[in-house]
Design a protein around this ligand. Structure first.
Ligand code: NI
Length: 135
């Protein structure tokens, strides 16, 4: 019997979406407001879901205190109040779209979690726009 447990987190970050090889007009047309040369911010909502077997002794799939701390240390510390393009080396040559940010977050957390646990990351860039990545 497998159960999914989820933890919500939050971070604020700035970004600019653009393809360096494209002319300014094409970048502006394609990315719209997210192409603003002086960057802009989003209030990102993150939901990390972990699926696995319930431990028969503790009744837990994963210790939520541990998961909370993991997200804080590994994700919020890296992304909160950062300019993703300038402050996070990973995005120096990767477009910091919600899609790519979700993959970035997934890969970091996947590396820290027990192999028997399934992981899924849902990232809201706005209350209405969100992406999901499960590997
Ligand atoms: Ni944006």
């Amino acid at each position: 019997m497998e159960v999914t447990v989820s933890r919500k987190a939050h971070f604020n970050a700035a970004h600019r979406l653009y393809v360096p090889d494209w002319p300014d007009t094409k970048n502006s047309q394609f990315f719209g407001k997210c192409n603003n040369p002086n960057y802009h911010g989003h209030n990102y909502e993150l939901i990390v879901s972990v699926k696995g077997k319930i431990d028969p002794i503790t009744g837990y799939v994963i210790d939520m205190g541990y998961l909370k701390q993991l997200i804080k240390n590994e994700i919020e510390e890296r992304l909160d109040h950062k300019n993703l393009n300038l402050d996070v080396p990973y995005f120096s040559n990767v477009v910091p779209s919600a899609e790519n940010i979700s993959v970035y977050i997934y890969d970091i957390l996947r590396n820290e979690l027990d192999k028997d646990l399934s992981l899924s990351v849902r990232l809201y860039e706005t209350p209405r726009n969100f992406v999901e990545y499960s590997g």
